[in-house]
Design a protein around this ligand. Structure first.
Ligand code: ZN
Length: 227
């Protein structure tokens, strides 16, 4: 059972948040592997980037095609004809919201983790400083954790090291983990598929830049990032 305690599966997309989580996991667990899930989102380049980062981190990379998610409902990440909402419309979610995504992701991750006798699952969702997607909330993650444990009679632990961190805090965490430059120069967060600083226009780039400026304005260390 010792191995179970020391191994973790990281949901990794090649973006700022999940890459920071990957290096967080490498600090806390002896063995780490990544799972990159595609679901018909705009940029195949994300996969290439995720794979490259996993190689750099020296961990196994697994790709899962979950394109079925794009067949369930319309959203602007998988429907390439749809213009992306720049802001949250009143009384609903922006069309970048992919309903059920994190529930699917965590379920896939848990099944795969189980097959490798891994019980720790790491995901970069954050309730703070985010677009307010319901499946990024802490209560959802806790509930999913309980459900997955009951579904498979396992004792998974879902770790969300970024849950209460702002974007600036996430930069601080990357710096603390010694991967500030890697995260800054080699990750892809931009909705328009441009690596590093990105297009500078999309909501994701704006959020990333705002956090970076804030962090660089007052470099600090993050204490007590939740395990
Ligand atoms: Zn962008």
């Amino acid at each position: 059972m010792a191995e179970q305690i020391e191994s973790a599966l990281v949901l990794h997309s090649g973006g700022q948040d999940s890459t920071t989580c990957l290096f967080w996991a490498l600090k806390h667990f002896k063995k780490v592997r990544t799972l990159c899930i595609t679901y018909g989102q705009r940029h195949a380049k994300e996969v290439e980037i995720a794979q490259k980062i996993a190689e750099k981190a020296g961990v196994p990379f697994q790709l899962l095609d979950a394109n079925v998610i794009s067949q369930l409902a319309e959203n602007s990440l998988t429907n390439h004809q749809m213009a992306m909402d720049k802001e949250k419309p009143d009384n609903s979610y922006p069309n970048t919201f992919v309903p059920g995504r994190n529930l699917f992701f965590l379920t896939f991750a848990a099944v795969i983790a189980r097959s490798h006798s891994i019980r720790n699952i790491v995901t970069g969702v954050s309730q703070a400083d985010y677009s307010g997607y319901p499946d990024c909330r802490d209560t959802f993650i806790r509930s999913a954790n309980v459900s997955l444990n009951l579904a498979m009679d396992e004792q998974f632990i879902i770790h969300t090291p970024l849950m209460w961190l702002s974007k600036a805090d996430t930069w601080a965490l990357a710096d603390e983990l010694g991967v500030f430059d890697l995260v800054k120069n080699e990750t892809l967060t931009c909705y328009n598929g441009i690596i590093a600083e990105g297009c500078g226009q999309c909501p994701s780039c704006l959020l990333r830049k705002k956090g970076l400026d804030e962090y660089l304005g007052a470099r600090y260390t993050v204490q007590g990032a939740r395990k």
